[in-house]
Design a protein around this ligand. Structure first.
Ligand SMILES: Nc1nc2c(ncn2[C@@H]2O[C@H](COP(=O)(O)OP(=O)(O)OP(=O)(O)O)[C@@H](O)[C@H]2O)c(=O)[nH]1
Ligand SMILES: [Mg+2]
Length: 276
């Protein structure tokens, strides 16, 4: 027998298990049932966190902050701003490592990735979640889709992103307008199909390639990237661009090897004495 879904009472504690399976309004015309986790990788972002938390919607189920061994007050500030925040320490180093750690700590069915530098507007989360509950597996933010934008990219970064994006589209049959962007959301089940194994800023590229390879339904969401408010970027355009390129080439050669293996003829193998 299917359970009856009840509207959530206003002001109800969204972390309470009693909200599981209840409809919660997320906009004036949409109510959802799945719990939504927001993962925030943060390394020395204490000054930016007030801006980040201010825009997070109150209907999200949990916030997971992955601390990259910050030497400032990142953790204390996060706890003050969002009393229920789940703070997890990072095992290794790098944004990719932080996100993988954060995903494991999430309990929601939907996971949203949000940077901690004030460049992402939490009010956009509703667009990502709407796409997911409407049938997408992976809602991929894009600064270059119609309606998106960026205040934070230099000419060199734009050029690099564009070239790398074209490479991914050509090699994997994707139709992306953006590649290296940190604002994305997905159903938890996607993680079983993309098995992330990376450490640095190449993480978004790896996710974007593996969701296509896995045949998942991807929908781009126009997004505006604002300027980092305080502090300096951890990204180095050339170093990290090369890491992204290496990931693309590695994923491409994995794909070729798999195709070769699939094309192998069992009869030919037995003639050659290679049958297992
Ligand atoms: N936990 C953790 N977070 C990290 C690490 N490296 C970067 N981050 C976070 O990842 C997010 C993105 O990093 P940024 O340095 O802003 O890089 P970016 O957004 O590509 O570059 P800008 O556009 O110049 O800001 C920020 O919230 C960082 O605090 C890390 O090693 N560990
Ligand atoms: Mg940033």
């Amino acid at each position: 027998m299917s359970s009856v879904l009840q509207p959530a009472a206003s002001g109800q504690d969204l972390e309470s298990p009693s909200t599981v399976g209840t409809y919660r309004p997320i906009s004036s015309h949409l109510a959802i049932t799945p719990p939504v986790s927001v993962v925030i990788p943060a390394m020395n972002e204490a000054e930016n966190l007030p801006y980040v938390f201010r825009t997070l919607p109150d209907w999200i189920h949990e916030v997971v902050l992955v601390d990259g061994n910050s030497t400032d007050d990142t953790v204390r500030v996060a706890r003050e701003l969002w009393p229920g925040v789940k703070v997890v320490g990072q095992r290794g180093r790098g944004k990719g490592d932080a996100l993988i750690t954060g995903f494991e700590a999430c309990s929601g069915d939907i996971i949203v990735m949000v940077d901690a530098d004030g460049s992402a507007d939490g009010n956009e989360i509703v667009s990502y979640v709407s796409a997911l509950v409407s049938g997408a597996d992976f809602a991929k933010g894009s600064r270059f889709a119609n309606g998106g934008g960026t205040d934070d990219m230099t000419f060199v970064r734009k050029l690099g992103n564009r070239v790398l994006c074209a490479l991914v589209n050509g090699k994997f049959g994707a139709r992306y307008t953006d590649l290296c962007y940190g604002y994305n959301a997905f159903w938890r089940h996607c993680l079983d199909k993309i098995e992330l194994d990376c450490t640095g800023f190449e993480v978004e590229t790896l996710m974007n390639i593996r969701v296509v390879k896995a045949g998942l339904r991807v929908q781009e969401i126009p997004s505006h990237e604002y300027l980092r408010i305080h502090g300096v970027s951890n990204l180095r355009a050339v170093r990290d661009g090369l890491r992204v390129l290496r990931v693309i080439l590695r994923e491409r050669s994995d794909r070729r090897a798999r195709h070769r293996a699939e094309r192998r003829s069992p009869m030919l193998d037995s003639v050659r004495g290679e049958a297992s």
